[in-house]
Design a protein around this ligand. Structure first.
Ligand code: SF4
Ligand code: FES
Length: 250
């Protein structure tokens, strides 16, 4: 395939940035999207040009580092995959592909396609942990029975990889899907209930302090999430938050 790439180039956080056109040829459908960018970068380096900066780590859909807005969609056109799992066979010869960073006020651009998602880390640090000692005195798992349905929902919530696609997809740049997944994975299990009321309040307060927008129930986050995190988690987080605030008042 021969493709035209329109890529966001920005030298640093103060630079205005702009779209730059690149031509790339002999792209195989079996290449991943990131491998295609690797080929482009090798070509740029050969020409003494500056390679395009982009985030990646595991390249197998588990770390949440890759974060490209491809033709206006976080992680590109395929559903349920991250950018690193997207293959070039999803495009066709002669296509023009727009490649931009995830855009949100709370995710400032560091360089080119790399954004600073440390806001997510700070939200996690504000409450996404348990104080229960889980080492050295491990009890038999059957000591605290957990309904299968709750265990399944907690596991589903825990599959969030913190990629930020939900924020990039939302017209309000809301982080509710991410935060609600993190709150839910604890709220659904006995170990998470110990500091549950404090957790939800602290994580929501940190989310607001980081400058993420509000949820207006559009559902774009769920549609673009590569891990299929359900909007039900947002409803659960709202219930947790209301009951935590009521408990504090009485
Ligand atoms: S909820 Fe989905 S889109 Fe949002 S950070 Fe988690 S995995 Fe990524
Ligand atoms: S590079 Fe790890 S999820 Fe894509």
């Amino acid at each position: 395939m021969n493709l035209t790439l329109k890529i966001w180039r920005q030298q640093n956080s103060n630079d205005k940035g702009k779209m730059v056109d690149y031509q790339i040829s002999d792209v195989s459908g079996d290449m991943s999207f990131l491998e295609m960018l690797d080929v482009l970068n090798e070509d740029l380096i050969t020409k003494d040009d500056t390679p395009v900066s982009f985030d990646h780590d595991c390249r197998e859909g588990i770390c949440g580092m890759c974060s490209l807005q491809i033709n206006g969609e976080p992680h590109g056109p395929d559903k349920g995959v991250t950018t690193c799992q997207l293959h070039m066979r999803s495009f066709k010869d002669g296509d023009t592909i727009y490649i931009e960073p995830f855009r949100a006020k709370a995710f400032p651009i560091i360089k080119d396609l790399v954004v600073d998602r440390s806001a997510f880390d700070r939200i996690q640090q504000s409450g996404a942990y348990v104080s229960v000692n889980t080492s050295g005195n491990t009890q038999d798992a059957n000591n605290i029975p957990v309904p299968k349905e709750d265990a399944d929902m907690a596991f589903d919530a825990a599959t969030c990889i913190g990629c930020g696609a939900c924020v990039a997809a939302c017209k309000n740049s809301s982080a509710m899907l991410f935060v609600s997944a993190k709150v839910s994975q604890f709220a659904l299990l006995p170990q998470g209930k110990v500091e549950g009321k404090k957790r939800v309040q602290d994580m929501v307060a940190q989310m607001d302090a980081e400058g993420f927008g509000n949820c207006s129930n559009t559902g774009a986050c769920e549609a673009e999430c590569p891990k299929g995190i359900s909007l039900e988690n947002i409803a659960r987080m709202n219930r947790e938050l209301i009951s935590a605030k009521l408990a504090v008042k009485h």
